[in-house]
Design a protein around this ligand. Structure first.
Ligand code: AMP
Length: 219
């Protein structure tokens, strides 16, 4: 019943790695970005509030985000373990997560850090496509869907994310460095960081993540 976090810059490939890890270890995949995008599509109150921040490359306020995650972690599918993708992104979120888990005597077992250089991120993010319906991720240059514009998983339409333009990606990278990167030290102090380098390809990255999890006796 592993509880994992996957951390990495926007476009580092953490979503792709998370999908493989989730399948291998039968975990629930909780992506806060996907949850926000779903709410935006459904035009919920939460979605309408989140959109203004997301389109600017800023973070959605902590209280809104923490409430959404706390609610999601209460779902039955989380009982057999989960991987948190895109959360926490601030120290306040990390502390809130600790407190939430402590209520049930739980803790995070490992934090996966996906490392990718900024120039590679820029190139990959501007060619990324995501499925409108199920959130599956593709890349027109490096990981195309079998039929252009059509999701391999569910047949939905694949589109560019509205925040995947060079200007917003630049802002998201700054936001990451300022708010999220300090979390590496926060979790490193606990000795639970597992690294994967995604500069070459996701298979290499996933292999080192799996080796790292095994070193922590998680499998
Ligand atoms: P992602 O799909 O993980 O790249 O997230 C897309 C956008 O959703 C981010 O740029 C933020 O605006 C917002 N977002 C996702 N997760 C969080 C979070 N944990 N805290 C605040 N904002 C978030």
């Amino acid at each position: 019943h592993m509880k994992l976090i996957i951390l990495g810059a926007p476009g580092s490939g953490k979503g792709t790695s998370a999908t493989v890890i989730r399948e291998k270890y039968s975990l629930a995949h909780i992506s806060t970005g996907d949850l926000f995008r779903y709410n935006i599509k459904e035009q919920t109150k939460l979605g309408i509030e989140a959109k203004s921040y997301i389109d600017r490359g800023a973070l959605v306020p902590d209280d809104v985000t923490i409430r959404m995650v706390a609610d999601r972690l209460g779902n039955d599918d989380c009982k057999s373990g989960y991987i948190l993708d895109g959360f926490p992104r601030t120290t306040a979120q990390a502390k809130a997560l600790d407190e939430l888990l402590a209520k049930t005597g739980d803790k995070i077992d490992a934090v996966i850090h996906v490392i990718t250089d900024d120039d590679i991120i820029m190139d990959r993010v501007t060619t990324r496509r995501v499925c409108e319906k199920c959130g599956a991720s593709f890349n027109v240059k490096y990981m195309p869907s079998k039929v252009e514009g059509v999701c391999d998983v569910c047949g939905g339409k694949t589109v560019m994310r509205s925040d995947d333009n060079p200007e917003t990606v630049g802002k998201r990278l700054e936001t990451y460095k300022e708010n999220t990167r300090p979390l590496i030290d926060f979790y490193n102090a606990r000795g639970i960081i597992v690294e994967g380098n995604n500069n070459v390809d996701s298979a290499t990255c996933i292999k080192s993540i799996e080796d790292g999890l095994a070193r922590l006796n998680l499998n």
